[in-house]
Design a binder for this molecule. Structure first.
Ligand code: APR
Length: 247
C-alpha cells in the first residue's frame, strides 16, 4: 500500500469536521483474540448455531463451556494493542467523536477511549434469564457451569448479543445518531457482514461522508464503498495514519 494513499487518508481525517470509527474483530486480532471469519476464525471451529439464543436456552450445559473458552478465558487475558491506543489518542486530541464497535472485549475502553457504543454488548455483565437481574461477570465463578444466578438460581446469559437476538434500542439509536453526524468513518477490522451493525458506514456515506477502510484483506466495502482502502494490519496502519493526522 503506497504512502500516497496513507497521506491522502490522513489529510481527509485531518480535515474532517466529525470523524468516527466503526470497528470489528480484526482490530483485536493483534491482542490475541481470533476473528470470527477467515483463517483461524471462531466460526471455522464452532457452529454459530450453538450461539443462537433458543439453542443456548435448550442446551446451557453444552454452550456455557464454549462461551467460557471462546469469550471469557480469551478476552480475560487480552490487552489493548497499538490500534486501540491510536483511536484513544485521536479522541483525546479531539479528532474522533466516538467509536461504534461490534466487539465485546472492552479493549477500546481499556485503551482510554470514552465514547464507545457497543453494538453487540460486552462480556462485562451477565443477566439472569429468570429474575432479569444483572451481575458483574467478575463476580460470577465459571468453575461450575452453566453459570447460575446468585439471587434465584436461574440460568445466567452473558450480556452480549446472541444470534436471533435484537440489538439494544438505545445503543442502536446512539450509534445511528453518531453515524448521521459524522462526515468521516474509519472502518477497521470488519467486513460488515452482520446487520444491522454493518450498515453504519453506509449511513455516513449516504450523508456525503468519507470512508477510510483499514483491513487485512479486502471486504465488501473495499472496492465499492470505501474512499480509501489501506490494506494491512490495524496495529501497524492505524498508528501511522494517526501520526500523520496529528502531526
Ligand atoms: N488488522 C486489520 N484487519 C484484520 C486483522 C488485522 N490484524 N485481522 C483480521 N482482519 C480483518 C479480516 O480480514 C476481516 O475482514 O478483520 C475482519 C474480521 O471479520 P470478522 O471476523 O467477520 O469480524 P466482524 O466483522 O467483527 O464480525 C461481525 O459477526 O459473529 C458476529 O457478533 C459477531 O461482532 C461479530 C460480527
Amino acid at each position: 500500500m503506497s504512502n500516497h494513499a496513507l497521506e491522502n487518508a490522513a489529510r481527509a481525517l485531518k480535515n474532517a469536521r466529525c470523524a468516527m470509527a466503526f470497528t470489528g474483530a480484526g482490530i483485536s486480532v493483534e491482542s490475541g483474540i481470533p476473528p470470527f471469519r477467515g483463517p483461524g476464525g471462531v466460526w471455522s471451529k464452532h457452529d454459530p448455531e450453538k450461539f443462537e439464543k433458543g439453542y443456548f436456552k435448550r442446551h446451557p450445559d453444552e454452550v456455557w463451556p464454549l462461551l467460557k473458552e471462546i469469550f471469557f478465558d480469551m478476552i480475560g487475558r487480552a490487552q489493548p494493542n497499538p490500534a486501540h491506543f491510536a483511536l484513544a489518542e485521536l479522541e483525546y486530541r479531539g479528532k474522533l467523536a466516538g467509536i461504534v464497535t461490534q466487539n465485546i472485549d472492552s479493549l477500546h475502553q481499556a485503551a482510554g477511549s470514552t465514547v464507545v457504543h457497543e453494538y453487540h454488548g460486552s462480556t462485562r455483565r451477565m443477566q439472569c434469564m429468570k429474575c432479569r437481574m444483572f451481575f458483574d461477570s467478575h463476580s460470577i465463578p465459571l468453575d461450575k457451569l452453566p453459570a447460575s444466578c446468585p439471587a434465584c438460581g436461574g440460568l445466567l446469559k452473558p450480556d452480549f448479543v446472541f444470534f436471533g437476538e435484537g440489538v439494544s434500542s438505545e445503543v442502536h439509536r446512539a450509534a445511528t445518531d453518531l453515524a448521521k453526524q459524522s462526515d468521516l468513518c474509519l472502518i477497521i477490522g470488519t467486513g460488515g457482514q452482520v446487520m444491522p451493525a454493518g450498515r453504519i458506514p453506509y449511513i455516513v456515506k449516504k450523508h456525503g461522508g468519507t470512508l477510510i477502510e483499514i483491513n487485512l484483506h479486502d471486504t465488501d466495502y473495499s472496492y465499492t464503498t470505501s474512499d480509501y482502502f489501506l490494506q494491512g494490519k490495524a496495529g501497524t496502519m492505524l498508528p501511522k495514519l494517526t501520526q500523520l493526522t496529528l502531526e
